[in-house]
Design a protein. Structure first.
Ligand code: HEC
Ligand code: HEC
Length: 297
């Protein structure tokens, strides 16, 4: 704050307070000559007469108390321009104190949990309920409040895992993030080829498809897709390439959706939470997710 505005505020605030005090003092002590209390002051207008009725004592006292209170407040807390107040209070300071208090309360709990292996921590109900709260605040936007996901966002409660369901893999997914890379292969396969491969992929999931097209598609699958999805189309967790035979779809299993996936490619992104949450919270979250993985198997 520039020193002009600083003094501008100080002078107006103090001027108002002292101005009211002076006014209060003089109106109270000015005296009314020899007119007695309750008698007419001699002014009358429109049938209304002014009587000598001074302010009650307690009322007067309230004014003085609020003046003293105001001055006391302004001495202790910020209010006069850039003056910080004797107590040095600030809203950011209060926030910091509350954060420090939370850190002192929860810090040791997080630390203890972070030192416990996930396989063991998963039996700790307190850790699971902390994990659930962290999940609601940080993950539910994408994975849904019940962790069942949505189109493009994997369900974390089933037994189908893009990147693996053991504690280390889950923690890695959350810590470092993941990004799936399904290349667009429409141009390489052509429209007909795309239809055929899509039919083949769907046939692996028990859909009834054009058998002729599917067998053509199988040949193309072996050329274009096995490098990532594997010979049996069961996927590859190192690449995040999904199992294409389990009837569980990240993007959809209709002929149209599978064709679209092959045509345009897909690139799902799971953001890294290492810097956002820190390892201790990620550890608790990984435990929460591992509990789903464990019970789904
Ligand atoms: C911006 C949206 C978004 C947020 C926020 C997000 N995720 Fe994800 N997450 C994804 C996407 C998309 C994928 C799938 C990535 C892919 O397709 O390769 C994923 C994948 C995962 C996986 C791997 C699943 C598997 O099948 O292997 C885990 C575990 C996971 N997320 C947990 C979490 C947790 C825990 C949080 C909260 C800290 C979180 N995610 C927050 C979008 C998100
Ligand atoms: C370079 C590796 C790679 C190749 C080659 C590849 N894919 Fe993929 N595919 C992936 C990855 C990774 C994903 C997951 C994308 C994501 O997480 O967003 C994926 C996703 C898919 C999906 C979506 C599955 C779902 O659950 O919705 C289908 C379908 C698919 N691939 C089919 C194919 C077919 C058919 C081919 C061959 C024509 C092929 N892919 C070639 C890596 C590959």
């Amino acid at each position: 704050m520039s020193s002009f505005w600083n003094w501008y505020i100080i002078i107006i605030v103090l001027g108002l307070i002292f101005g009211s005090a002076i006014l209060l003092y003089f109106t109270h002590n000015m005296g009314t000559g020899d007119i007695k209390e309750g008698e007419s002051m001699g002014h009358s207008f429109d049938g209304i007469e002014e009587l000598n009725n001074p302010l009650p004592k307690w009322w007067n006292l309230m004014f003085w108390i609020s003046i003293i209170y105001g001055l006391g407040y302004l001495a202790l807390y910020p209010g006069l321009g850039s003056y910080q107040g004797i107590l040095g209070w600030s809203s950011t300071g209060q926030w910091q104190t509350e954060m420090d208090k939370a850190e002192n309360t929860y810090g040791p709990i997080y630390e203890k949990m972070a030192a416990t292996p996930i396989e063991e921590l998963v039996n700790n109900d307190e850790a699971l309920s902390m994990g659930q709260r962290l999940f609601s605040n940080n993950c539910a936007v994408c994975h849904g409040s019940n962790a069942r996901g949505a189109q493009g966002y994997p369900n974390l409660t089933d037994n189908d895992w893009l990147y693996g369901s053991n504690p280390a893999q889950i923690k890695q997914s959350i810590m470092m993030g993941r990004s799936g890379m399904m290349p667009a292969l429409g141009a390489a396969l052509g429209e007909e080829g795309t239809k055929q491969v899509a039919s083949y992929v769907r046939s692996l999931n028990g859909y009834s498809v054009d058998v002729e097209a599917a067998s053509q598609g199988e040949q193309k699958f072996k050329m274009f897709c096995v490098a990532c999805h594997g010979m049996e189309a069961k996927g590859n967790q190192l690449l995040g390439a999904p199992n294409l035979t389990d009837g569980i779809w990240l993007y959809g299993g209709s002929q149209k959706m599978v064709e679209q996936t092959i045509n345009q490619g897909r690139s799902g992104k799971m953001p890294s939470h290492k810097d956002l949450l820190g390892e201790e919270k990620v550890h608790i979250l990984a435990t929460y997710i591992y509990n789903f993985a464990k019970t789904a198997e």
